[in-house]
Design a protein around this ligand. Structure first.
Ligand code: ADP
Length: 259
């Protein structure tokens, strides 16, 4: 099994072979999709040709995050063509394959087939595919990991105990599949009150860093809980595309993933 340093070299050096970087979380709502989108944009801003696959079959949120809701991907010779987003990023989402507002009740093999088509789409000269996985450690995740063999995985968690316990399960899933963990990102840490300027920790503080230490995996970055991140995400203008404080934390994350 390659170590973390080797994973970074793997991701960095073999620019002509397309690599997959999985972004995963043990549970939903911890900001996995937000982190995946902004990490992908921060990497693209460094000149890397990046694609994003939104494999979250339960709640595909990338079309909204990237301001391309309702844009359907085209196909050529039955091969999907990724959507060009305004942020120097190509993207395919389960959300683009079903009608808006429709319940997504994929059965395992069907979901696996649709996800496979997205990974095997016409990505052209894309060097790195960021894979936004569904939360949890179910069949779809396992199939994706085994079939498409990511070069590494980034795990997203809040500082909270419960989220961390679930993140540990996700880490275990990658370990069993032989996929190296690039590291753990702590999201929704430290909330800075826009009124009084005081910082509070709604989901606790430092938990993820401690857990990463105990698990022997790198701690990559701390992303604050910020109104600006939520608002920019809802508006389809990801913070990493701008030049604010919160874009800085995604730059830090990109630097720690890809040297
Ligand atoms: P997941 O993919 O883990 O289900 P999302 O990325 O969809 O989570 O995030 C869940 C919600 O939390 C979204 O409304 C998102 O805008 C918000 N959110 C995520 N990260 C942050 C953050 N650091 N600060 C503020 N809001 C955030």
């Amino acid at each position: 099994l390659p170590g973390v340093a080797e994973v970074r070299i793997l991701l960095t050096s073999e620019r002509r072979t397309r690599r997959i970087l999985a972004v995963a979380s043990g549970k939903g709502g911890v900001g996995k999709s937000t982190v995946a989108a902004n990490l992908a944009i921060a990497l693209a801003r460094r000149g890397l040709r990046v694609g994003l696959v939104d494999a979250d079959i339960y709640g595909p949120s990338q079309p909204k995050l990237l301001g391309v809701e309702g844009v359907k991907p085209q196909a050529r010779d039955k091969v999907l063509l990724p959507i060009e987003t305004p942020f120097g990023l190509r993207m395919l989402s389960m959300g683009g394959l079903v009608a808006e507002g429709q319940a997504i009740a994929w059965r395992g093999p069907m979901a696996g087939g649709a996800l496979g088509q997205m990974v095997d789409a016409d990505w052209g000269d894309t060097e790195l595919l960021v894979l936004d996985l569904p939360p949890g450690t179910g069949d779809v995740q396992l199939t994706m990991i085994q079939k498409h063999k990511p070069a590494g995985a980034v795990i997203v968690s809040t500082p909270q105990d419960l989220a961390l316990i679930d993140a540990t399960r996700a880490i275990d899933l990658f370990n069993k599949a032989g996929v190296p963990i690039v590291g753990l990102v702590e999201n929704m840490a430290g909330y800075c009150c826009p009124h009084c300027g005081g910082v509070s920790d709604p989901f606790g503080s430092g938990g993820a860093e401690k857990a990463a230490g105990a698990l022997g995996i790198p701690f990559l970055a701390r992303i604050p809980l910020a109104m600006e991140i939520r608002a920019a995400s809802d508006a389809g203008t990801p913070p990493a595309a701008g030049d604010t404080d919160s874009s800085g934390s995604f730059v830090t994350l990109a630097d720690s993933v890809y040297e």
